[in-house]
Design a protein around this ligand. Structure first.
Ligand code: F6R
Ligand code: ZN
Length: 189
């Protein structure tokens, strides 16, 4: 692979880079079992397979020493009272970290470790979030009127373990409540 230095521009507002290698779209149908309100999920899915978030990636070898990077855009909306969010994952190589830089919007990163620690950190333009090794991470867009745009960077050999989150969810959820966006215990945990 070409190993020459390169630059790219991220157009704001919006967050779409002026070039990229992969564009991933994640729709409601790929989030089965993740939203708390399963009735709201099924009813919505019967109407439309909503686009929840998109990722623009730069292709680099998935090996130690490389840094994979790209842009994540979570669209605004809710399923029931739960905001749109990413699937979330542990890294397959658990001892690998990640950095997120929030470019636009408003939300949270919901994180937890296999040992049961949890953390929910706010994301707003200019926030830099360090996700340490061992912490599963999911971004949540709490602004109902705009996208949550983040730039991410993580080790080339990290890999993604989606299965653990898919089977048990996160300990904490971010819900729209009368008091605003609130972090609540996941009753299904
Ligand atoms: C990579 C990473 C981000 C996410 C992206 C989409 O390790 O954390 O690039 O992949 O925000 O979220 P997921 O991968 O959970 O669907
Ligand atoms: Zn990650």
């Amino acid at each position: 692979m070409d190993s020459k230095p390169y630059t790219f521009d991220i157009k704001l507002p919006g967050g779409i880079p002026d070039h990229y290698d992969n564009h991933i779209e994640r729709r409601l149908s790929s989030m089965r079992g993740q939203f708390l309100d399963q009735k709201a999920y099924s009813e919505r899915l019967a109407r439309e397979d909503t686009l929840l978030y998109e990722v623009y990636e730069f292709k680099r070898p998935e090996i130690a020493g490389e840094l994979l990077h790209g842009i994540s855009i979570v669209h605004p909306g809710k399923v029931g009272n739960e905001y749109y969010m990413t699937k979330g994952h542990f890294h397959t190589v658990l001892e690998t970290a990640e950095v997120y830089y929030c470019l636009q919007g408003q939300g949270y990163m919901v994180m937890e470790t296999p040992e049961g620690e949890w953390s929910v950190e706010p994301l707003r333009p200019g926030s830099v979030l360090y996700v340490p090794p061992r912490w599963a991470h999911r971004s949540v867009n709490t602004a109902l009127d705009g996208d949550l745009v983040t730039f991410f960077i993580y080790p080339g050999d990290a890999g993604h373990d989606y299965g653990t989150i898919e089977s048990q969810g996160y300990r904490k959820l971010v819900m729209d409540t009368p008091a605003g966006a609130s972090i609540v215990d996941n009753p299904r945990w």
